[in-house]
Write a protein that binds this ligand. Structure first.
Ligand SMILES: [Zn+2]
Length: 276
C-alpha cells in the first residue's frame, strides 16, 4: 500500500492535468480481451481487483448496450450482454439496480447463489461489497461512475453520480456504507471518477450549481461534476493524492462511450469487484 502511495505521488508530479486541479488525471486503457476501459495503475497494483468501464465496442455484440430501463432499451438483448460481461470477467454474479438519481446504496455481503444476469436489487444508485466473485455495476451515459477501492479491507464500491445523485449525497452514503459495513477508513480509500461528461461539455443551469453548493451563476455555465465529487471526497477524509479523474469524456474524446447529451439512448456499465 505504501509503495502504491509513493507511486501515486511520483505519478502526480509527472502528470499534466488540463487545469489547476490537484487530482491526477488517469487515461484508462482498453484491455484487449473484452474492450473495456480499465484503470492502468489499479490493474497493475491490485491483482485481486477487477475494475473497468464497458464501451460501445466491448464484447462481440455491437453496440454493446447494457441499458435495461431506458426508453429504448431492449432488456433481453441487454441481459445477453450482461452475461457476456460477467463471464468475460470471471464473476459468479453481477449486481445492478434501476437507478433513480438518489443516494441509496446497497450493501452486498456474504455468500450468494448464482442468479440472472444482472441480479437486480431494489432501486438504488450505489453498491458496496467485499465478496469474491461478486461484481458491482452501475450504468451511465454522461453521469459519473465512481469507483472506490479499500486495499486494506479488500472492499469496493460502484456509485452512479449525476448531479442529482451527487447533490443527494450518493458519494457520502457510499463511503459511509464502506465505513460501517467493512470498517474502511476514508484515509485508506482510493477513489476514481471514471469516464463521464467533462467540464467543458456539461453546461447546466444555475439550479444545478445551487444544488451542489457551488458559486451560482446567473446564466447556464459548464460545470465539472467530477471535480465537484473529488472535492466532496476530500471533505469526507479521502486523501487528495488517492483521488483520480478519468481523461475520457463521454461526449468529446472519441472514446467509444455513450453520451445522453450526444443523443445516445444506450448505456455503458462501470464495474468493480474482488476476484474469486
Ligand atoms: Zn467533453
Amino acid at each position: 500500500m505504501e509503495a502504491f502511495r509513493a507511486f501515486l505521488y511520483v505519478r502526480s508530479m509527472l502528470s499534466t492535468p488540463d487545469d489547476s486541479s490537484p487530482f491526477p488525471v488517469v487515461r484508462e486503457i482498453r484491455e484487449p480481451r473484452f474492450g473495456a476501459l480499465v484503470h492502468p495503475e489499479w490493474t497493475q497494483a491490485f491483482a485481486w481487483l477487477v475494475q473497468g468501464m464497458t464501451t460501445r465496442d466491448s464484447g462481440h455484440d455491437h453496440p454493446f448496450d447494457l441499458g435495461l430501463f431506458a426508453s429504448r432499451s431492449e432488456p433481453e438483448s441487454a441481459r445477453r450482454r450482461w452475461r457476456a460481461l460477467r463471464e468475460s470477467l470471471g464473476g459468479d454474479r453481477v449486481v445492478h439496480a434501476h437507478q433513480v438519481h438518489g443516494a441509496d446504496v446497497h450493501v452486498h455481503h456474504g455468500e450468494f447463489a448464482p442468479a440472472r444476469d444482472p441480479h437486480l436489487v431494489d432501486d438504488c444508485d450505489g453498491h458496496v461489497g467485499d465478496t469474491p466473485g461478486l461484481l458491482l455495476a452501475v450504468t451511465t451515459a454522461d453521469c459519473v461512475p465512481v469507483f472506490v477501492v479499500d486495499p486494506e479491507r479488500r472492499a469496493v464500491a460502484a456509485l452512479h453520480a449525476g448531479w442529482r445523485g451527487a447533490a443527494s449525497g450518493v458519494l457520502e452514503r457510499g463511503i459511509d456504507a464502506m465505513v460501517s459495513s467493512f470498517s474502511s477508513r476514508p484515509e485508506h480509500l482510493l477513489v476514481h471518477l471514471g469516464p463521464a461528461i467533462c467540464g467543458a461539455c456539461y453546461e447546466v443551469g444555475p439550479e444545478v450549481f445551487e444544488a451542489l453548493n457551488q458559486r451560482t451563476p446567473a446564466e447556464p455555465e459548464p460545470i465539472d461534476l467530477r471535480r465537484v465529487l473529488a472535492r466532496r471526497a476530500v471533505g469526507l477524509g479521502v486523501r487528495e493524492d488517492s483521488i483520480s479523474v478519468s481523461a475520457h469524456c463521454t461526449k468529446c474524446t472519441d472514446s467509444g462511450l455513450f453520451s445522453h447529451r450526444a443523443g445516445h439512448g444506450e448505456r455503458q456499465a462501470g464495474f468493480i469487484g474482488v476476484r474469486r
